[in-house]
Structures are given as C-alpha cells and as structure tokens.
Design a protein around this ligand. Structure first.
Ligand code: DC
Length: 227
C-alpha cells in the first residue's frame, strides 16, 4: 500500500504524541517525537551548566553541537522507541519540569534547529512516518500528504499534563504546569526561526471536547482519504 507522511503540529500538551502513536501503530509506520529531540539537547545544556537561571549560553551550546548525538532505539520490551543522548537512554530524564522549563529557549537557537531538522528529514526520507512537533508541516515536511494542527484550551491541556505528572510520581502544582504551558506557547509561537503556526493546508483539530477514541476515528477517516 502507498505510504504517506503524517505531520502533526500544535501547542504543548494537545495530545499530539498520543494520536501520533495510535496512528503509527495502526498503520505500521515509524513514530518520531521531535519534541523529545529538543528536550535531549536541553538536557545536555542543563547537564553541562549551559543554562543558569533560565539564561542559555548560546555560543557554547553551538560550539558543542558536533558532540551532541541524538538518536532513537526500539525497545522490544516496551514496544516503543526510546531516545538516547550520546549513547545514554534519556527517555525519562527529558520529562522533568526542569527540562520543560528550559527546552523552549534551546529550541529558539537556529543552529540547534538546523541540526535536528536534518536528522528528522533523514528519518522521514522513505515516508511511512508520523512525526509530531511544532514545525513539522511547515518546515520539516512541507510536502506531507496529511498535516494536522492540534489545539485545546490551556486549562484542558494543563489539567491533562498535571494528571500525567502526578501519576508518574512528580511533585508539581497545577499552577506551575499551567504557567509552563502558557510560557512555552508564547515562546514557541513568537520565536524568529520556525515559529509554531498552522500551515495553510493543515487540518485543525480542537480536541477540548473529544476523547482519544473519537479523535482517532476522525483522523483515521482523513488518513484513508489520502491513501
Ligand atoms: O512536544 P514537546 O512539548 O515535548 O516539545 C518540547 C519543546 O520543544 C517545545 O516547547 C518546543 C520545542 N519543539 C520545537 O521547537 N520544534 C519541534 N518540532 C518540536 C518541539
């Protein structure tokens, strides 16, 4: 069967990765979480003390870029890909609030974006891929056959993210999560290089009032129309 590229963009915590994983599993496509790649670079910057009081030392980070190797490896037990930074599994380490609070700043650096976009384009060279992020339909795969742009109210998104973090044992307040989400929305959509916006040919999906199954059904109809 013909293979296509599915690009899913949208604000933080709109359920992009849940939908992308459902689609990849159903279609037997590769799933790539591009946000995890930016998070891995942010983790590197934090580990190397390149971010202090939310201030990033851009020049040093840029000079370290040739040493920053981000990759995915499939975990047979989990039946999912996990992200590696210079050979270390950082799948859990990239999900802390500390990384969430630093990643948008790291993602404003054009040199970082260039390095990660090249990798993403290589991963999608043979189609049969679902990638989620902020610039997938606009920059990474502007020719993707199906582009989705996901939205939901900030409150809905913060509540979902808060529930996930609490379930994973993190100690956070709802207010801190809401502030992180609104601050990232602002930085992601106003940065100069590859800001988050809906591509003209992307289909908007507001899932504030849709459950996962309803959303998946709606999107599968769109996928079938493209195959
Ligand atoms: O999807 P996420 O929330 O894990 O992404 C983390 C951050 O990475 C997000 O705030 C912005 C940045 N990002 C980006 O700039 N471009 C992408 N394609 C994916 C993520």
């Amino acid at each position: 069967m013909k293979k296509i590229t599915i690009a899913i963009d949208g604000f933080s915590s709109t359920g992009k990765s849940t939908l992308a994983k459902q689609l990849a599993q159903k279609l037997q496509y590769v799933y790539v979480d591009s946000g995890a790649m930016y998070r891995a670079v942010a983790l590197y910057a934090l580990n190397h003390k390149l971010i202090i009081d939310k201030k990033l030392n851009k020049e040093i980070l840029i000079s370290h870029l040739p040493e920053i190797k981000v990759s995915f490896r499939y975990n047979e037990l989990l039946k999912a890909s996990e992200i590696y930074l210079n050979g270390d599994n950082v799948n859990t380490a990239i999900r802390t609030m500390e990384v969430s609070n630093s990643v948008s700043i790291v993602a404003t650096v054009p040199e970082v974006r260039q390095q990660l976009v090249e990798l993403q384009q290589e991963m999608g060279a043979h189609k049969g891929i679902v990638m989620d992020g902020r610039d997938i339909g606009t920059v990474v795969f502007p020719d993707a056959e199906l582009k989705l742009f996901m939205t939901a109210s900030a409150d809905t998104r913060a509540q979902r993210r808060y529930d996930e973090l609490i379930e994973s044992g993190a100690e956070v307040t709802y207010q801190a999560v809401l502030e992180n989400i609104t601050s990232r929305d602002h930085i992601d959509s106003t940065r100069e290089d590859s800001p988050l916006f809906k591509a003209d040919d992307a289909i908007g999906i507001d899932n504030s009032n849709l459950n996962k199954e309803q959303q998946f059904e709606k999107v599968m109809k769109l996928v079938k129309s493209k195959l």
